[in-house]
Design a protein around this ligand. Structure first.
Ligand code: PLP
Length: 391
């Protein structure tokens, strides 16, 4: 039994992870299936549909079905990580194909694109996704098969107009994949704007508790490209463990509450710190003077996300020192990489990205959790007071 074919709101479907009731026990929480293999019928068939867990595990169903509904897609696949999901999309291309990706994007994926993907015969061009003419110029007619968008994008929180890029992709005959990790389906549904595939690092908001590494892809159509992606999950083996899949469906039950709270607090922080004398800039799409505020207001609903960045004032080196000093002084914020958990994280982003990173040296990335907004503001105020020069 499930709420699948009923017209409940996304928040209700999420709260009950699609409302599955176990047919034999009446349990309202799904079981975990640790089995790696399943009994074949005497006539040599697999009538249950399950054969070997690298091809699929019933523990995936609750999270996959829920995400398909939340994203308005037709099918979802769980992966061992966000990067396993992202690389599966790229590996579904063929040698000689061309990809257009964002100039500033999740750094590890950018490195994978310029490294292994290129070595395997794919060509990648990077373009400013907020400049539609630049994206059009980057298209190689007949060869561009994938456009990659991340919105809001890490860690400058630029917002890409998905519908406009979808139009360019359709015209070029390319697939559009949107990394919607930081928007979550609570705030944005890229398929409604024309995306073909939506990616999440489920490690972040979907799970929300910093205790699972997972990735997801949701497709708008079960076409040949999607079938290739599904085959790659099985063949390259980037599958999620059943316990992690179970934790993920548990985490997703509180997705709406967590994301709404994080958005409200992030918005408060952005407004509170925007004119702070120790800061050169606060980057948050919810601020009216953010360059993409108009697009974000159109494309996102219910908030502008729980992620923001602050840039410490001063020239490069001084700003970097001030940023690192500020991160060293916080007590409630946790000094750690990653994002989207219930605990707030602060990170000097250029340090983790290393040489070649386009991120300003004085930038601190803030992932806002669900602690008291007053406490988070007070902790950051105190840390800023103890750090660096004033602008
Ligand atoms: C926007 C974004 N996409 C993808 C990833 C990769 O996800 P994972 O770490 O689950 O492999 C990350 C990880 O930080 C991310 O921030």
């Amino acid at each position: 039994m499930t709420l699948k074919n009923e017209m409940w709101s996304p928040a209700s479907l999420a709260a009950q992870a699609m409302g599955h009731i176990d047919a034999t026990t009446g349990a309202i929480i799904p079981p975990i299936h640790p089995a790696t293999t399943y009994l074949r019928d005497p006539d040599n068939e697999y009538r249950t549909g399950w054969s070997y867990s690298r091809s699929g595990n019933p523990s995936y169903q609750a999270a996959e079905e829920l995400l398909t509904h939340l994203e308005g897609g037709v099918e979802t696949q769980l992966f061992a990580s966000g990067l396993a999901a992202a690389t599966a999309v790229v590996m579904a291309l063929r040698p000689g194909d061309h990809i257009v990706a964002p100039l500033v994007m999740y750094w590890s994926l950018r490195n994978w694109l310029v490294g292994p993907a290129t070595e395997w015969g794919l060509e990648v061009s990077f373009a400013d996704m907020t400049d539609l003419a630049a994206v059009e110029r980057a298209i190689k007619p007949g060869r561009t098969k994938l456009i990659w968008v991340e919105t809001p994008s890490n860690p400058l929180w630029r917002v890409t107009d998905i519908a406009a890029i979808a139009k360019i992709a359709r015209h070029a005959g390319a697939k559009l994949t949107v990394d919607s990790t930081c928007a979550t389906p609570v705030l944005s549904r890229p398929i409604e704007h024309g995306a073909d595939i939506v990616l999440h690092s489920a490690t972040k908001y979907l799970n929300g508790h910093s205790d699972v590494i997972a990735g997801t892809l949701t497709t708008a159509a079960k076409d040949e490209f999607w079938q290739r992606i599904c085959a790659i999950r099985t063949q390259s083996g980037g599958v999620l463990g059943p316990f992690e899949a179970w934790l993920l469906q548990r985490g997703m039950r509180t997705l709406f509450l967590r994301v709404r709270e994080a958005c409200t607090t992030a918005d408060r922080l952005a407004h509170h710190f925007r004119h702070h004398p120790k800061l050169a800039e606060v980057l948050y799409p919810g601020l009216p003077d953010h360059p993409d505020h108009a697009i974000a207001s159109r494309q996102m609903s219910g908030g502008f996300g729980g992620m923001l960045s602050i840039r410490l004032a001063g020239a490069d080196n001084a700003a970097q020192q001030a940023a690192i000093a500020c991160a060293a002084k916080v007590k409630l914020w946790k000094r750690a990489t990653s994002l989207g958990g219930v605990e707030s994280l602060i990170e000097h982003r250029a340090s983790i990205e290393g040489p070649g990173s386009p991120v300003p040296l004085g930038l601190l990335r803030l992932s806002v959790g669900i602690e008291s907004a007053d406490d988070l503001i007070a902790d950051l105020e105190a840390a800023l007071a103890a750090a660096g020069p004033t602008s």
